[in-house]
Design a binder for this molecule. Structure first.
Ligand SMILES: C[S@@+](CC[C@H](N)C(=O)[O-])C[C@H]1O[C@@H](n2cnc3c(N)ncnc32)[C@H](O)[C@@H]1O
Length: 246
């Protein structure tokens, strides 16, 4: 296994953040754009007046969205210096900001946020139970958490194929733990958990499960590209869970 560094450091390897953000914002060819984002935005709902915390915020793309929608505050945390810089320059002149903090180390006073979001970051964290406990602690009663991760179908096995994939192999599905991947030009460690594991961790932390989505591709995001839509309908790439603090 690669040296056990926290997830943010992967994005500070040469060109990884740049490569990731280019891919992330590439429109129809980005699975985030056609699958994860529409599911996430649908779940997000009304944010007016909310204090929002974003764990593993990257370039804080969602920060601008929630600020424009009237949230009361937006704080993004990320463990990558390159991402923190990208996030703060994207939010320049707004009321939002990004700080360099590892997800594993975050804590905040009770009831300091109303909504916690985390998009595609929790699978970089070996043990999310204490993270979810911190989320529960700092959310106001009735506060929500929404997070997405790379789908367990993908974190369970690396087909090792470069370029566009035509087949996927699932293996060791019920074995939780680290999996090394060649991704974005580097070696990254993702932590595999099953769907059941994620649900159990969320509910064990005191949240009631309010939503579970496998982020099916949204036809209206494909600009009529039927081949790409058919390709994205083959395999789930993302899992979304949402919970509410009692
Ligand atoms: C796949 S990117 C997603 C970024 C952003 N949420 C988005 O949807 O575009 C994962 C992000 O999580 C951050 N990250 C990964 N592990 C982390 C950790 N342990 N602590 C803080 N940030 C972490 C990375 O630096 C990166 O910005």
């Amino acid at each position: 296994m690669a040296e056990n560094k926290r997830g943010g450091s992967f994005y500070d390897a040469p060109q990884v953040a740049e490569r990731y953000l280019g891919h992330r914002h590439s429109g129809v060819s980005s699975p985030n754009h056609v699958m994860e984002e529409p599911a996430f935005l649908e779940e997000l709902g009304e944010v007016t007046g909310l204090r929002v915390l974003d764990l593993g915020c990257g370039d804080a793309a969602i920060g601008q969205v929630v600020l424009d929608a009237g949230c009361r505050s937006y704080l993004g945390l990320d463990g990558s210096a390159a991402m923190v810089e990208a996030g703060n320059s994207a939010l320049y002149g707004t009321a939002g900001r990004v700080e360099m903090v590892d997800i594993e180390d975050f804590s905040a006073p009770p009831s300091s946020f109303d909504l916690i979001v985390s998009r595609l970051a929790f699978h970089y964290v070996e043990d999310i139970e204490p993270v979810l406990a911190s989320c529960h602690e700092c959310l106001s009663p009735g506060g929500r958490i929404i997070f997405t991760v790379v789908h367990p179908i993908l974190t369970s096995h690396d087909p090792g194929v470069q370029g566009k994939r035509t087949s996927w192999v699932v293996d060791d599905y019920f074995l939780q733990g680290p999996r090394e991947r060649q991704w974005m030009g580097g070696t990254v460690t993702w932590f595999h958990r099953t769907i059941e594991d994620y649900v159990a961790l969320l509910t064990k932390s005191g949240f009631s499960l309010t939503s579970l989505s496998e982020c099916a591709p949204r036809e209206d995001r494909f600009n009529g590209d039927a081949d790409e839509l058919a390709r994205r309908r083959r395999v789930p790439l993302f899992l979304l869970l949402a919970g509410m603090r009692a």
